[in-house]
Design a protein around this ligand. Structure first.
Ligand SMILES: *Cc1c(COP(=O)(O)O)cnc(C)c1O
Length: 405
């Protein structure tokens, strides 16, 4: 594929999702934003919704607004995510807490569900909060973590997971798409193996939601969590979501027994009785402003739909690969993501010994990307807001800077 500007412009002109850019507030033309995998752009509908929920519902409606639809938000957004984005059923997902808290709640429940097994399998290259939460959980429960040393570019292989499994494993907790290299896990195979060995699987979908056709129900994973502020454009620190496979929702029990997760919560009765279904995974009062804003982002993503998002995402990362070959290889870069598109999520990493310093200079030049240790510059390509010319510009400017060193 040609990596020149004309080709980038042509790809933008032919992009069936191009009009979605108008639905977002975007930085000015001096900025090339390639960090939508870290913080997604602001949807215009979110601005409008923010005004409504703050001025109208909070300012004027005050406590009466709890009686309108505030209380429905966690399940309503959960249903929209499940049916419009994740490929799961209504009632399988709820929007609540942060990803960190969701991981803790669900991993705890999984350990309880496998008495006599005290090992959690996790990856040394997984996102930090995932690793730390599991460490804390293991310390609290006298459990042990069996670390997989995955290939930093290719991510955990099915073989890696297989060799970590055993009769003592309660849970395998892994990311669907790796935060550094963007490698896609063969989740269906991992779930199959783990289940054969009697273990549960908790998937972190933070970097796959909004860019892959996840088909969550078909994957058969027991549990999942994910973040809404990356490709879902839910806003900084927006509430996360959690998924519990429907046949497990009654069997499992999460550890934070709050009033919002109690049956008939407004009766305020004695003793905790877990609410039916996914509501039983709620804790305390939902973060209404954050949820209301996040819903706008989820709506736009659901409207575009996973199939079209995946097509655009693949086209973007393939074009980035062409630009890598044309501009970055000659100035000493190596590709830090899996090469075949089937194995890649929606960001690509370019590796360079001076990566950290180059990112600082790139930021000064108006190209927003980020750096991940030890040497990876990540280009996050958000299907609804990133143009092919942005990829072209980012690679050209990076190549120029690197040629000056
Ligand atoms: C972004 C991300 C998180 C974020 O967790 P927070 O609780 O929102 O800080 C967690 N796990 C993965 C894999 C992520 O990519």
């Amino acid at each position: 594929m040609s990596a020149d500007l004309d080709h980038a412009l042509q790809l933008d002109a032919d992009d069936p999702l191009a009009s979605f850019r108008d639905r977002f507030v975007l930085p000015g033309p001096e900025t090339v934003y390639l960090n939508g995998n870290s913080l997604g752009c602001l949807p215009r509908d979110a601005l409008e919704r923010l005004d409504e929920v703050v001025k109208g519902e909070w300012g004027t409606g005050l406590s009466r607004s709890w009686g309108s639809n505030w209380g429905e938000l966690p399940l309503r957004i959960g249903d929209l995510l499940a049916t419009g984005v994740l490929g799961a059923g209504a009632g399988d997902v709820v929007a609540t807490d942060s990803t960190t808290i969701g991981l803790y709640k669900l991993a705890w429940a999984a350990l309880d569900a496998r008495p006599g097994r005290d090992v959690i399998v996790a990856d040394v290259h997984d996102f930090p909060t995932d690793r730390y939460v599991l460490e804390g959980l293991a310390a609290a429960r006298g459990a042990e973590i069996r670390w997989i040393s995955s290939d930093p570019v290719e991510g955990p292989s099915v073989g890696d997971v297989e060799s970590a499994l055993g009769g003592d494993v309660a849970l395998v907790c892994v990311s669907h798409v790796g935060y550094r290299s963007g490698a896609i896990l063969d989740a269906a195979a991992v779930v199959g193996l783990a289940h054969e060995g009697g273990a549960m699987v908790l998937l972190d979908l933070s970097h796959s939601v909004g860019v892959l056709e996840i088909g969550l129900s078909d994957l058969g994973a027991d549990l999942a969590v994910g973040c809404t502020y990356k490709y879902l454009s839910g806003g900084p620190g927006a509430p996360a979501f959690l998924y519990v496979r429907p046949d497990l929702q009654e069997e499992l029990q999460q550890p934070i027994w709050g009033w919002w997760g109690r049956r008939d919560s407004m009766a305020m009765g004695q003793g905790y009785e877990r609410a039916d279904g996914i509501s039983g995974y709620l804790g305390g009062s939902p973060a209404i402003i954050g949820l209301a804003v996040a819903e706008a982002g989820v709506r736009v993503v659901a409207e575009a739909g996973p199939a079209a998002l995946r097509r655009k995402s693949v086209a973007l990362t393939e074009f980035a690969k062409s630009c890598f070959g044309a501009y970055l290889v000659p100035v000493g870069f190596r590709f830090g993501s899996p090469w075949p598109w089937e194995r890649r999520g929606s960001h690509v990493s370019f590796r360079h010994a001076d990566g950290r310093e180059l990112v600082q200079r790139l930021l000064k030049a108006g190209v927003v990307v980020d750096f991940r240790d030890p040497d990876s510059i990540r280009f996050g390509l958000a299907p609804l807001t990133t143009r092919f010319v942005d990829v072209y510009e980012g690679c050209r400017r990076l190549a120029e800077l690197a040629s000056e060193t």
